[in-house]
Design a binder for this molecule. Structure first.
Ligand SMILES: Cc1ncc(C[n+]2csc(CCOP(=O)(O)OP(=O)(O)O)c2C)c(N)n1
Length: 549
């Protein structure tokens, strides 16, 4: 049989260590589906919507550190997948979207579902390539994967015109161009060390650029050796052991008064693996630009440094290379008790580890507390976007073997696809996917995929009958004028059962522990619906939790 461009596409995936792809099939890339037929080395996961296929691929990229890959059909498929491209761009995640394309004689004629990805997603994609010359296919595929990872990682589209996929290609030509590693010189590390030694109240602010176990281990060593309190970016809670005395907490969308206070006292920000966007800088307020706060900014892409803030020292390096370079230097730094008290106070103000602090009426808070008691040390936790997620972040105490998957840019709908991805990547590990009733009905259809794959996935749905986060904003800005945020919901536990999953329902705080105990014994996909009132519990207690320290 002729070796086709479609076979080269699959061999290029393997060359880039891609062992799983997500897809909604299309007639435009049948030869690729054929090339994947019967292969044990690439797992083809058939999803129910391109948005969730893309978000599952984003989650896989976060788990593996390699580009997430998914296949969609022409215009409708690609546009359905738009959210994943946006998330990958916002969160600097390497992602490759393959799009079935109309055949070459009809390109540019506006044929059915034709799409020009470079125009359709201009401003979002890092690169769009079209495989229309078999002799250059290997090069273009390698370029696509390299672009997804290099510098600031992000989304790339590869258009596959239908006819080209069946054309002959050169067997064995699949190639990898690789990724340029941005390293940290000993000199740069020494300059940073001098700045840290001069500082009295430094903080190490860590983003999600590197998420490997080795990085996390080295990060702990660095923070201890240099006695640096550690704060992490939104949805990066798993980057540092939450019980560690130097753990200052995770930043979130609404600047917590304790974080504002903590940041206002810092004299040196050492920012690694983060672009230092609005969330990490508390709305571009920190580091202050009046000379009172210094910045060491470490990121692999020079273009991301010096955008909003003047760094005292800019280091074009991956976070891990920087941490390793710093670890090779001797440190004499110590931290005084007063500063440790401040770190502890910040941590305590922003966490809810003591169940006594959870309002008795709050059913969801008690359900999360009950789940925390079951949390295994290597569990993967996914949080969709919404008010409910605040409970999970505050109540759970994550350790470095835990993984947290959530959309740092706040896109709804990632909870279940990320859970799907985690359960596929780590069979045997506990996977808990938290969603609001709003976010769940966006991509909860992937519960069907989890059932098809018999995955051990627990989905927890906070049913407050509302797009609660928006309602909170409404009540703050337009009190008692609730508009467009009420939700009428199905019976989620029965919906799960209709999918072939197990369904549980928690309606009262006092039942939470018992029902969670029961649900956690069950293998296979499980949905636990937790019902509460929109105005009871969440909003009021979120406000209470934010009481200034
Ligand atoms: C895809 C997407 N659409 C809309 C929004 C705006 N938004 C942010 S939070 C939210 C409501 C979330 O509701 P729900 O999932 O029920 O969680 P809750 O806030 O009630 O806990 C909305 C609509 C968003 N962030 N992402």
């Amino acid at each position: 049989m002729t070796y086709r461009v479609a076979d080269l596409v699959v061999d290029s995936l393997l060359a880039h260590e891609v062992d799983r792809v997500y897809s909604i099939p299309g007639e435009s890339f049948l030869p690729v589906l054929d090339a994947l037929y019967g292969r044990a080395d690439v797992d083809l996961v058939t999803c129910r919507h391109e948005g969730s296929a893309g978000l599952a691929a984003v989650a896989d990229a976060k788990l593996t550190g390699r580009p997430g890959v998914f296949f969609v059909s022409r215009g409708p498929g690609a546009f359905n997948a738009g959210i994943a491209l946006h998330v990958a761009e916002q969160e600097a995640i390497p992602l490759v979207m393959f799009i079935g394309q109309v055949d070459t004689p009809n390109l540019g004629r506006g044929a059915v579902q034709e799409i020009d990805a470079s125009k359709a997603f201009a401003g979002t994609l890092k690169l769009a390539v079209r495989i229309d010359k078999p002799e250059r296919a290997a090069e273009e595929l390698a370029r696509a994967f390299a672009a997804a990872r290099n510098g600031t990682p992000g989304p790339v589209a590869v258009e596959l015109p239908e006819d080209v996929l069946s054309w002959a290609a050169a067997e064995g030509s699949a190639r990898v161009h690789g990724c340029a590693e941005a390293g940290c010189s000993v000199e740069a590390a020494a300059e940073c060390a001098a700045l840290i030694l001069e500082a009295r109240r430094p903080v190490l602010l860590v983003g999600g650029e590197c998420r490997t176990a080795a990085f996390r281990e080295d990060l702990v060593k660095l923070s201890e050796r240099w006695q640096l309190p550690v704060m992490v970016g939104n949805k990066c809670q798993d980057q540092f052991p939450n019980g560690h005395p130097l753990w200052a907490g995770q930043l979130g969308f609404f600047p917590h008064p304790a974080h504002v206070k903590f940041f206002s006292e810092v004299d040196l920000f050492v920012v690694i693996g983060s672009r230092l966007g609005d969330v990490s800088s508390l709305g571009y307020a920190f580091p202050r630009q009046d000379g009172s706060q210094r910045l060491i900014h470490v990121y692999p892409d020079a273009n991301q440094i010096g955008r909003q803030f003047k760094p005292e020292k800019a280091v074009v390096s991956s976070a891990h290379a920087f941490v390793q370079a710093m670890s090779s230097l001797a440190s004499t730094r110590s931290i005084d008790d007063g500063r440790m008290d401040k770190v502890r106070a910040t941590r305590e103000a922003t966490t809810l580890w003591d169940p006594e602090r959870i309002p008795s009426a709050d059913v969801f808070g008690h359900a999360v507390t009950a789940l925390a008691a079951h949390l295994s040390e290597d569990a993967v936790v996914t949080t969709d976007s919404g008010n409910f997620a605040g409970w999970v972040h505050r109540i759970f105490r994550l350790q470095p073997q835990n993984r947290l998957l959530g959309s740092a840019c706040g896109a709804m709908g990632s909870g279940v696809p990320s859970g799907l991805s985690a359960a596929l990547r780590y069979p045997g590990r506990q996977v808990l996917a938290f969603c609001g009733d709003g976010g769940f009905l966006m991509n909860g259809n992937e519960l069907a995929t989890a059932v098809a794959r018999k995955l051990d996935l627990k989905v927890i749905v906070s049913n407050n009958g509302s797009y609660g986060t928006i309602r909170t904003h409404q009540q703050r800005n337009y009190p008692d004028r609730v508009s467009g945020t009420d939700l009428s919901n199905p019976d989620f536990s029965k919906l799960a059962q209709a999918h072939g999953a197990h369904g549980f329902l928690i309606e009262r705080a006092e039942d939470a522990a018992r029902i969670i105990d029961e649900a956690m014994q069950v293998r296979g996909p499980v949905l636990i619906e937790v019902r509460s009132e929109a105005d009871q519990g969440l909003e009021k207690s979120v406000a209470a939790m934010r009481a200034p320290v």
